[in-house]
Structure formats: structure tokens, C-alpha cells
Design a protein around this ligand. Structure first.
Ligand code: ADP
Ligand code: ASP
Ligand code: MG
Length: 437
């Protein structure tokens, strides 16, 4: 009797395709072929899809033509539709290629969340229907970015960019070998290649550094996806759906530290990259009485409005004596609620006025060992000064320096810092698709 042929190693792979990878029928067919090729190579494949192209933004625009105060539940019903369109079309395209596929909404795939519409958190994943589909030799397609509230059974969404988190949560629940995030660039770069064409691709990055980049606004990965991958030890491979190049591996365990190449002094700061963020606005509370407890009152009001504050600066007021100005940044999408809440507390707290500016941008330099290297700040601020960029706010941590600038100067600032820290590559990065919206 002859020995059976050795089968190729069978892996369970979760593959997530972002909006630009499925922006039209041709894109969906291209993705379908790629998925089918993987299955035919002997793997079990679960696919998570985002809404086609800029569909989510278009749905948001459409709703704002109708109302500026849409009920959060209805907004989630609307936005979750985008991913349903992609999942069904992709399943059709795969069936057309002769393989079997079955699509699932987030709730059918067992994505159970809390009830906070628009930024729901996953609290349980029960992918038994996905597992059954795989056992029947099918490719399972899951709509990203959505789940179902445990309390109300209503449809929820996970926040912008949340399909990455759907993918990693499924990968963890199914004990997948790898979670591949397919997008429109070849991986994670030292800066957004749309802004810095000389950005360098990073081959391997620790989850700590990736967390900091994502938290600072590098939208290549959803922050909660990186947190989830680290917590559950899921290896992430970020790569392009438009090429077959090896992408960036985000290494989940703390032992997988970046390897410092020989000859580089171990105590040099290791700069991982520059992130930028246009999604925040700056609020200044002018003329706050300079007495203990006033900052606490202001931030309690903001917390009660469920707003996430980022940078905070308190300065001596130019508007009079005995009072200060407090500035902070928060997501633009939370701005209106926060301002309403502050206005209704104005008399009680006793401040003079509120200023709001959404035309700001935040730049962050991320790297290990920055605080202990005075040279880093000197180089950083000199580069901005040479580029003629005025700084509005500053914050630092052990591994990050962030500044707020005028929004229209942000791209120049990112390029200046990228060059100043010698991150520029000789070759230009490729951006394959997408509108950058
Ligand atoms: P998808 O639709 O695939 O989820 P996103 O638009 O959410 O894609 O994320 C990919 C985009 O992230 C890239 O096209 C790029 O412009 C941007 N980006 C921002 N920072 C980085 C970075 N450090 N490395 C690579 N891409 C980045
Ligand atoms: N479609 C959603 C968004 O545009 C989710 C995602 O793409 O990850 O934010
Ligand atoms: Mg994304």
C-alpha cells in the first residue's frame, strides 16, 4: 500500500478586506479569486468585509441631509447596511468561481456587544454558524463593523474602522492561525504613505508600538483591533489586496520585541514612525475661576457627555486676573454634545465663554526611549520651526511626543518630522487605491 501524499499544512485564516479593496464589482471579483485561491491551497478561510469604497461616509452624508440628530439606533441600522451589501456580493462572486460561500451578518456570526450605539464593544463571540459553514467546506463571509446588543438585541456598530476588530475577534474565537488585514497599501509604514511618499514599510512591529501609532491616529489599523490581538495573542499580518508582497507583521507577545540591528547602540531611541490625526477638535474654556475643583467640574461634565478627551493644557488667562483658560482636544464627532453639556453648566462653574476649533491637526512621533533622550525633543521642535509651523499644544509620554498645529499645515509638519528623524526611504511607497477619505 502506498503512503498517502503529505497534505499541505492546513491553516485557519481570517482575512479582512477593507472598503478600497471591494470598491466596485471588479474589486469584489479580484478579492473573490484571492480567497478561493487560498481555500484551494488547502486552508479554511473566513472573510470579513467592509462596506464598498466610501459607502459608510456616503450613508452618513445622506442621513445628515435628513437630520442632524438621528436616533443612534437608526444610525446603526443604516451604517450596518454597507457591510451587508459587500458580504452578499462577495459570496455571489465566490459561488460564481465554483466554490461555496455563505455570508453572515455580525449578529448571525455571533458578535455580541454592549448597547452603546456607534461605538459598541464586543463582549462575547459565538461563531458556531461560521464554524459549521467551514465544516461543510464553505468559505464564511462575515459583515464587519457590526454586532448585536446583548440587552436590546438591536444592531450595533463598533466605531469607524471597526471591521479590523471584527476580524481579530473572530480569529481569536475560532483559534485561527493568523488574521490578515488586506488594505490599499503594502503594510504599516513609518508614516501615512498618502502624506509622505518616502515613508518606509515596517516588516515587523511590536504590538506596543502599533498600539501607540493607532492610538495617535494612524488609521491603518483600528486601535481596538490591536488591543484585542495583543490580549488574545493573535498574529496580525497587514498587507495589500492589490499585490502579493509580504506585508507587516504585528507581533502580539511582549517577548517579540523589535530586533535591533547589529552595530546600533542599544540605548539609541528607536523611532517607529509619525502618525497624524485630523479627527479631533480643540475646545477652550475661557476665564475659568482659578480655584481648586474647577477643572474637576469641567471634566466631569465632559465625562458625563461620554466624550473622550485627549490633550489638555491649562494656561494663565489673558482675559483677566484670577482666572485661567483650559484647552483640550476631543473627537470632532463628540464636539456638539460636549459643547451643549458645557454650556448648560456655564453658570454653575462660572467660566466666561467657550471657543471651538475643528481646524486643527495632531502629529505624533512614536518611538521607544524618547523621554530619556533630550536630543529627540530638540530635533523635533527645530524641524517644525524650520518648516515655519507654529505649535498650539504639546503633550509627551515615554514613547510619544504629540503636537497640535493648524490643520492646513499638518501634512507639511508630518513630512518635516519624518525627514528630520531620517525615516525617508529612497523609493516611493505605493498607494494602490482608496480615496483617503
Ligand atoms: P481599509 O479601507 O482597507 O480599512 P483604511 O483607509 O482604513 O483602509 O486604512 C488604510 C490607509 O491608512 C492607507 O491607505 C493610508 O492612507 C492610511 N495610513 C495612515 N497611517 C498609515 C501608516 N502608518 N502606514 C500605512 N498606512 C497608513
Ligand atoms: N465601513 C466602516 C467604516 O468605514 C468600517 C470599516 O471600514 O472598518 O468605518
Ligand atoms: Mg480601516
Amino acid at each position: 500500500m502506498s503512503m498517502p501524499l503529505e497534505l499541505p499544512t492546513r491553516q485557519l485564516i481570517v482575512q479582512k478586506f477593507g472598503g478600497s479593496s471591494v470598491s466596485d464589482a471588479a474589486g469584489i471579483k479580484r478579492v473573490a479569486q484571492r480567497v478561493v485561491d487560498n481555500q484551494r491551497a488547502g486552508h479554511e478561510v473566513v472573510v470579513v468585509v467592509s462596506a464598498m469604497g466610501d459607502t459608510t461616509d456616503e450613508l452618513l452624508d445622506l442621513s445628515s441631509e435628513i437630520t442632524d440628530s438621528a436616533p443612534a439606533r437608526e444610525m446603526d441600522m443604516l451604517l450596518s447596511a454597507g457591510e451587508r451589501i459587500s458580504m452578499a456580493l462577495l459570496a455571489m462572486a465566490i459561488n460564481q468561481l465554483g466554490s461555496k460561500a455563505q455570508s453572515f451578518t455580525g449578529s448571525q456570526a455571533g458578535m455580541i456587544t454592549d448597547g452603546i450605539h456607534g461605538k459598541a464593544r464586543i463582549i462575547d463571540v459565538d461563531p458556531h454558524r461560521v464554524r459549521t459553514a467551514l465544516d461543510k467546506g464553505k468559505i464564511a463571509i462575515v459583515a464587519g463593523f457590526q454586532g448585536m446588543s446583548r440587552e436590546s438585541n438591536d444592531i450595533t456598530t463598533l466605531g469607524r474602522g471597526g471591521s479590523d476588530t471584527t476580524a481579530v475577534a473572530l480569529a481569536a474565537a475560532l483559534d485561527a492561525d493568523v488574521c490578515e488585514i488586506y488594505t490599499d497599501v503594502d503594510g504599516v509604514y513609518t508614516a501615512d504613505p498618502r502624506v509622505v511618499p518616502a515613508a518606509k514599510k515596517i516588516d515587523r512591529i511590536s504590538s506596543e508600538e502599533m498600539l501607540e501609532l493607532a492610538a495617535s491616529g494612524a488609521k491603518i489599523l483600528h486601535l481596538r483591533c490591536v488591543e484585542y490581538a495583543r490580549r488574545f495573542g493573535v498574529p496580525l499580518h497587514v498587507r495589500s489586496s492589490f499585490s502579493h508582497h509580504e506585508g507587516t507583521w504585528v507581533l502580539p507577545s511582549p517577548e517579540d520585541k523589535i530586533t535591533v540591528s547589529e552595530g546600533v547602540a542599544l540605548e539609541q531611541p528607536i523611532i517607529s514612525g509619525v502618525a497624524h490625526d485630523r479627527s479631533e477638535a480643540k475646545v477652550t474654556v475661557v476665564g475659568v475661576p482659578d480655584t481648586p475643583g474647577k477643572a474637576a467640574e469641567i471634566f466631569q461634565v465632559i465625562a458625563d457627555a461620554h466624550s473622550n478627551i485627549d490633550m489638555i493644557v491649562q494656561n494663565v488667562s489673558t482675559h483677566g486676573r484670577g482666572s485661567t483658560d483650559i484647552s483640550f482636544t476631543l473627537p470632532i464627532v463628540e464636539g456638539a454634545d460636549a459643547l451643549d453639556a458645557l454650556k448648560s453648566a456655564q453658570d454653575r462653574i462660572g467660566f466666561e465663554s467657550i471657543e471651538y476649533n475643528a481646524e486643527i491637526g495632531k502629529l505624533s512621533l512614536i518611538g521607544a526611549g524618547m523621554r530619556s533622550h533630550p536630543g529627540v525633543s530638540a530635533t523635533f521642535f527645530k524641524a517644525l520651526a524650520d518648516a515655519g509651523i507654529n505649535i498650539d499644544m504639546i503633550s509627551t509620554s515615554e514613547i510619544r511626543i504629540s503636537v497640535v498645529t493648524r490643520a492646513d499645515l499638518l501634512d507639511d509638519a508630518v513630512r518635516a518630522i519624518h525627514s528630520a528623524f531620517d525615516l525617508d526611504a529612497e523609493t516611493q511607497a505605493t498607494v494602490y487605491g482608496g480615496t483617503g477619505r
